[in-house]
Ligand binder design. Structure first.
Ligand code: GDP
Ligand code: MN
Length: 405
């Protein structure tokens, strides 16, 4: 169950690149521009050359990173000639692309998508997501394409038209027509649009997608419809049944700490604060983040070490928490059920010694073998702070993080 506050953060999704998403669309008969991915400058030039030879009037050179807003950041450039394409490919490949989604450090561009340019008439928006309130897939359409949809939703929510899909009957052609009319499409485009949306629905359901966004969804001067951009996320928990999709994962785009954590089966998500959390159980982890904020602090991560974490996993978890440079204090909040408190304590002591930890560690321990656990901590000679209750411990750790600044 998603938590209202952290639901967005904690939904584990697998992201893919635009070129990969467009390959999937094409397989389902959804219209995308002609183009290919390139990992090197030579490959990019080769793709451009072939597109020009096949009659393209221009090519667009697009940075492939797992973040939106590439156009504004200088990662999407339209070239009229082969030599212009070469200039842009040189510029973009290898650049540190900064967008509103990458953070100020940006993301290194390791590959390009080179596509035939389209003669754009209108830029529209089409999105498909899972609506948690109605438990239905919802289509969203807007005439305000090319802009960030969050911005449209905030300024002019009426500009977004929604159509909820009944899971028992699936996407219906009349729903496609409704959306097409709302987008102000021409009569000759209506059936194309319905076909396009039926394709999107099929992709969404069959791939266990959690988000499918076409922005912009364009009409061309000759009345065709095309997905000019495509962003696609999948439900990570469903990837076990999609071996082919799993291979599309690009770990170079992901947070290195999250990648490392996933190799040890730790459920870790990096956040922006400075108090690291080590908790067992997702519910307790969320409660811990809440109580840290309630005490005036800010969590550096979500970390669920699981019900039966081994000593090794705890050591790994500790190393991961400590490799986040922003961490000023660590809050260990464990209820020893399956995971015994003494096992945890051994892991913590071993990890604290091994990693030569400098930041204060605050613990709140409860459950099986709690006395043995406390003794292990005491006998270690290391300086652990212990809170009696969760609230206590939260106040101590928030104070410790502030003092350490
Ligand atoms: P984003 O900024 O990461 O969302 O990247 P997009 O793929 O959406 O590209 C940004 C913008 O570049 C689009 O909204 C278009 O205005 C423009 N663009 C992308 N492809 C083409 C193209 O083939 N022709 C033209 N003229 N503009 C394009
Ligand atoms: Mn876009």
């Amino acid at each position: 169950m998603p938590n209202a506050r952290y639901g967005g953060v904690l939904d584990q999704v697998m992201k893919i690149h635009e070129y990969q998403a467009k390959d999937i669309l094409a397989k389902y008969g959804v219209a995308v521009p002609r183009g290919e991915v390139a990992n090197t400058l030579e490959q990019a030039l080769d793709v451009a050359r072939r597109l020009f030879m096949a009659g393209a009037s221009g090519v667009v050179v697009k940075a492939q990173i797992h973040a939106g807003g590439r156009g504004k950041g200088g990662g999407v450039k339209v070239a009229k000639t082969h030599s212009e394409a070469e200039d842009y490919a040189k510029q973009i490949l290898g650049m540190q692309l900064v967008t509103h989604q990458t953070g100020p450090q940006g993301q290194k561009v390791r590959r390009l998508l080179v596509e035939e340019t389209a003669a754009i008439d209108r830029e529209l928006y089409l999105g498909v997501v899972l609506d948690r309130v109605t438990s239905k897939i919802v289509f969203m359409a807007s005439k305000a394409g090319g802009m960030e949809i969050e911005e449209v939703a905030a300024k002019d929510p009426d500009a977004i038209v929604k159509e909820y899909i009944d899971p028992a009957v699936g996407f219906q052609p009349y729903q496609g027509r409704k959306l097409a009319f709302a987008l102000g499409l021409k009569p000759v485009q209506i059936n194309q649009a319905v076909h396009f949306m039926q394709g999107l629905y099929k992709v969404f359901v069959e791939t266990d997608a959690s988000l499918l966004e076409i922005n912009p969804f364009i009409t061309t001067k000759d009345d065709k419809l095309l997905a000019l951009d495509c962003k696609m996320n999948f439900d990570d928990n469903a990837m076990f049944r999609h071996k082919d999709l799993k291979e599309l994962r690009d770990v170079t785009e992901e947070d290195p700490l999250e990648v490392e954590a996933s190799t040890y089966s730790l459920n870790y998500i990096k956040l922006d604060g400075n108090i690291a959390c080590m908790v067992n159980g997702a519910g307790l982890a969320m409660a811990t983040m809440d109580i840290i904020q309630y005490a005036g602090g800010s969590p550096a991560n979500f970390l669920d070490v699981g019900g039966g974490a081994s000593q090794e996993q705890i050591e790994r978890a500790f190393e991961i928490l400590l490799s986040d440079q922003h961490v000023k204090a660590i809050f260990i909040n464990i209820f020893g059920g399956i995971l015994r408190v003494d096992t945890l304590a051994q892991g913590v002591v071993a990890a604290a010694i091994k990693t030569n930890v400098k930041v204060p560690i605050v613990l709140r321990l409860e459950g099986t073998n709690v006395e043995q656990g406390r003794k292990i901590l005491k006998d270690s000679g290391l300086n652990f702070l212990v809170g009696e209750t969760m609230q206590d411990a939260a106040q101590i750790v928030v104070a410790a993080a502030k003092g350490a600044k």
